[in-house]
Design a protein around this ligand. Structure first.
Ligand code: ZN
Length: 156
């Protein structure tokens, strides 16, 4: 096969369809408010959805308490994932904030992205007046240059 882009070994070859993420302006404001509340550290949490539409934001604790990275408290994360399951919603995204950099995944973000079927939403408050929210699919097992795929975020 003369294909330039090989399948990565971890993905099982199953393409995951995402399409745009729909986020109401209220939920977008909740994400930004959480990012500001947890300054100077990065915040993190989960977004529950139906289809590609966000329905709820579930703030979690950054157990690293760091301005440079986040690790979601594992117990809290499991509890919230169960809760999302039971409510009939989907786990739409894992979110975290960037306090001083653009809303783009860092090397660490890619390395610590353990859910290939989940979106990673990054809220940048580097410019507090113009927060930026972007969504990515992260494939940590993929070759360099193919690990980050952006998905459109429709706010409003
Ligand atoms: Zn990050």
């Amino acid at each position: 096969m003369l294909e330039g882009r090989g399948r990565d070994a971890t993905g099982g070859g199953r393409p995951v369809a995402f399409g745009p993420v729909r986020l109401s302006s209220e939920l977008a404001q909740e994400l930004v408010a959480h990012a500001i509340r947890d300054l100077p550290n990065e915040c993190c949490g989960l977004i529950a959805g139906r289809g590609g539409t966000a329905v709820r934001v579930l703030p979690a604790t950054n157990s690293e308490g760091s301005p440079f990275m986040y690790v979601m408290d594992p117990q809290e994360q499991l509890r919230m994932m169960d809760e999302i399951d039971e409510s009939g919603d989907d786990l739409l995204a894992v979110y975290h904030s960037h306090t001083r950099s653009a809303a783009y995944p860092s090397r660490t973000d890619v390395e610590l992205a353990f859910f290939p079927d989940t979106l990673y939403v990054i809220v940048s408050i580097a410019d507090r007046d113009v927060p930026d929210i972007r969504a990515f699919r992260l494939s940590r097992g993929a070759p360099e240059g193919e690990q980050i795929h952006e998905e459109e975020v429709l706010i409003g």
